[in-house]
Write a protein that binds this ligand. Structure first.
Ligand SMILES: [Zn+2]
Length: 71
């Protein structure tokens, strides 16, 4: 698990680890990812996703599942 200590957008060190249900939106289609680990900056509200989180989001994304369904 990658640990992020500084916000890449504003440089704030208050960036916090969050674990919880994440809601995504792909082309108007909403989807949720349960128990996602990501980081959130309280100063600029930037959300940062470590590679593990990106993989989890992709696995739940309608874009990804559709691509698998086509071929
Ligand atoms: Zn920030």
């Amino acid at each position: 698990m990658v640990t992020i200590r500084k916000c890449p957008a504003c440089g704030s060190k208050k960036i916090k680890h969050v674990r919880g249900r994440w809601r995504g939106d792909y082309a108007g289609e909403k989807y949720t990812v349960p128990n996602l680990d990501y980081y959130r900056c309280p100063d600029c509200h930037e959300r940062v996703y470590p590679p593990e989180a990106m993989r989890k989001i992709q696995a739940h994304s309608p874009a990804y599942s559709k691509r698998l369904a086509i071929r």
